[in-house]
Design a binder for this molecule. Structure first.
Ligand code: SAM
Length: 216
């Protein structure tokens, strides 16, 4: 299988055809080899139009969702970005090409260790990964220009909003365990908050202090 051709086709038919426009996001999606973030047995499906299992009952998100959420962050290259839910590390790799520094948090150690290896193999040295509960944010690294949550939350974690710089953007799926609305929260320069519903989506659960309980 020619992965480069598959990747080009993915970008054309799944992203550009659906309205993804940011040329930097498109370039990053063309560059990052998505197939190395999935298990070997899944490689042939890596560029298909769907999420895929990555072990531990978790998923790598659909390419379109990765691109659409990334575009909403409005990155220009100078930003410090926080990702909650490293998973395979694919979204972090895309962010690493588009921002100055990426901080990413994963609660499941096996996934975090695997993601670290793949990110290192790509030489993405601007990704700082930690294992823990991302619903509390990352106080030592805050504030952030942009925060992306790649798991479904029951409500917007207040700590994350607090860790946004003035002008900062938070993209987060909010809803019940079966369906969510992707929301964009902007902390305006004067400190007030604006909220916009972007689209319906379906993510695995955000589990933690300001998320779902593990057994729910
Ligand atoms: N962004 C990932 C990627 O590119 O592969 C996909 C993320 S997957 C849909 C959601 C991830 O969020 C899972 O790996 C899950 O373990 C993680 N997660 C759930 N709750 C979390 C929390 N409170 N803190 C950090 N990670 C969390």
């Amino acid at each position: 299988m020619n992965f480069e051709i598959a990747r080009k086709r993915m970008v054309q038919t799944q992203l550009i055809a659906r309205g993804v426009k940011d040329p930097r996001v498109i370039a990053a999606m063309l560059k990052v080899p998505r197939h190395i973030f999935v298990e070997e047995a899944m490689e042939a499906q890596a560029y298909s139009d769907s999420p895929l299992p990555i072990g531990d009952k978790q998923t790598i998100s659909q390419p379109y969702m990765v691109a659409a959420m990334t575009e909403l962050l409005e990155l220009t290259g100078s930003e410090k970005v926080l990702e909650i839910g490293t998973g395979s590390g694919y979204q972090a790799a895309i962010l690493a090409l588009l921002a100055n520094k990426v901080c990413t948090i994963e609660r499941l150690r096996p996934l975090a260790l695997k993601a670290r290896k793949v990110l290192d193999s790509l030489g993405l040295l601007n990704v700082n990964l930690k294992i823990g509960d991302g619903t509390c944010g990352w106080l030592e690294e805050a504030p952030f220009d942009a925060i992306i949550v790649t798991a479904g939350a029951p409500a917007i974690p207040e700590q994350l909003v607090k860790q946004l710089k003035p002008g900062g953007r938070l993209i987060i799926p909010v809803g019940d365990q079966y369906e969510q609305t992707l929301q964009k929260i902007t902390r305006r320069a004067d400190g007030t908050i604006s909220k916009e519903d972007v689209m319906g989506c379906r993510f695995v659960k955000l589990i933690g202090q300001s998320g779902w309980r593990a057994e729910e």
